[in-house]
Design a protein around this ligand. Structure first.
Ligand SMILES: NC(=O)c1ccc[n+]([C@@H]2O[C@H](COP(=O)([O-])OP(=O)(O)OC[C@H]3O[C@@H](n4cnc5c(N)ncnc54)[C@H](OP(=O)(O)O)[C@@H]3O)[C@@H](O)[C@H]2O)c1
Length: 293
């Protein structure tokens, strides 16, 4: 089995690489088809997905059974001002990968986001809910989803949210650092979503990718919270003597608007390969144990 991980040095790509190399993660063994898989990683240095010709040549030469596209422009605020770059990396890039995957006969897993929703919901979004992104990042990711589905029917769109892993910067690391340096931190309490452990997501990417049950999937940690709740739990688990205070999003203005409510329901996972995502507090505690070491 030959697998290509695009964006392999990013937060999710590196967890996926590790889980495949170990043959298992905390949620269990990788599917049998992937044990001993021949894994190729490609990040910006090896393959720029915005270059259609390069994507076609790389994917045709590799003869991969499965491609996982973790590459993206993930700086939500930068996407507002650099909207052409966002469009190229998050929409055209996935289109290029999807068209090349289709031509080469490879199945494709493409990663998307909760920010495709507008956040006016009052219960977790299901896969059939209609996206209406409010930011350039969300719009570019939604177009990427559509291009993937149009260009490669043998594809999985896996939407995730509030991701944290060992590699790269994320909210957990930011709060841990702030907790060491400050007596008080203030965190937004009126935006809700699902914290998601990247290694747990990697497990489910492989579970779905081993099937032919193509479609849109939501895959996030079990349970929802606000950024404030998330920060409080991080500080509690770290043991730092730092007080966490709630604030409103309007008191913490940022270039990109964020959905007020973007929790998602892993309905499609439950209906197909099974949803083993842990309660977010449990997954966070597992991450912190490993990260501290
Ligand atoms: N992080 C989150 O909270 C979150 C939430 C929901 C969904 N997601 C989605 O989950 C996926 C993985 O996110 P992540 O946090 O792992 O992202 P990440 O850490 O930012 O990694 C993305 C990787 O893609 C690479 N890349 C950027 N432009 C590229 C290009 N043109 N060609 C090839 N590679 C390129 C980046 O390289 P450079 O670093 O050199 O630019 C980086 O290594 C993305 O699709 C993201 O939209 C993330």
């Amino acid at each position: 089995m030959k697998i290509l991980i695009i964006g392999n040095r990013g937060q999710l790509g590196s967890e996926l690489t590790r889980v495949l190399a170990d043959g298992r993660g905390e949620l269990g063994a990788v599917p049998g088809a992937y044990r001993g898989a021949d894994v190729t990683g490609a990040d910006l240095g090896e393959l720029d997905i915005t270059d259609f010709g390069a994507a076609r040549a790389f994917i045709a030469a590799g003869k991969f059974e499965l491609i996982v596209n973790c590459a993206a422009m993930t700086n939500v605020d930068a996407c507002e001002s650099e909207y052409e770059a966002a469009m190229k990396i998050n929409a055209l890039g996935p289109r290029n990968v999807a068209a090349a995957a289709q031509e080469a006969g490879s199945a494709l897993v493409h990663i998307s986001t909760d920010y495709v929703f507008d956040g006016r919901g009052t219960r977790p979004y299901a896969e059939w809910d209609v996206p209406a992104p409010v930011s350039v990042y969300g719009k570019s990711k939604l177009l990427g989803e559509r291009y993937v589905r149009e260009n490669c029917p043998a594809s999985f769109i896996i939407r995730t949210a509030w991701l944290y892993g060992q590699n790269g910067s994320n909210f957990v690391k930011t709060i841990l650092k702030a907790g060491e340096e400050k007596d008080v931190i203030t965190v937004v309490d009126d935006q809700r979503g699902n914290p998601t452990n990247a290694a747990d997501l990697a497990h489910h990417i492989l579970k779905a990718g081993a099937t032919r049950e193509y479609g849109i999937y939501h895959c996030t940690g079990d349970g929802e919270c606000s950024w404030y709740d998330f920060a409080k739990e991080i500080i509690r688990l770290s043991g730092a003597a730092c007080e966490v205070r709630p604030c409103a999003a309007k008191d913490y203005p940022r270039p990109a608007p964020r959905p007020a409510y973007s929790a998602m329901d892993n309905l499609m996972l439950r209906a197909t390969v099974g949803d083993e995502m842990r309660p977010w507090q449990e997954a966070l505690a597992a991450f912190m144990g490993t990260y501290a070491r």
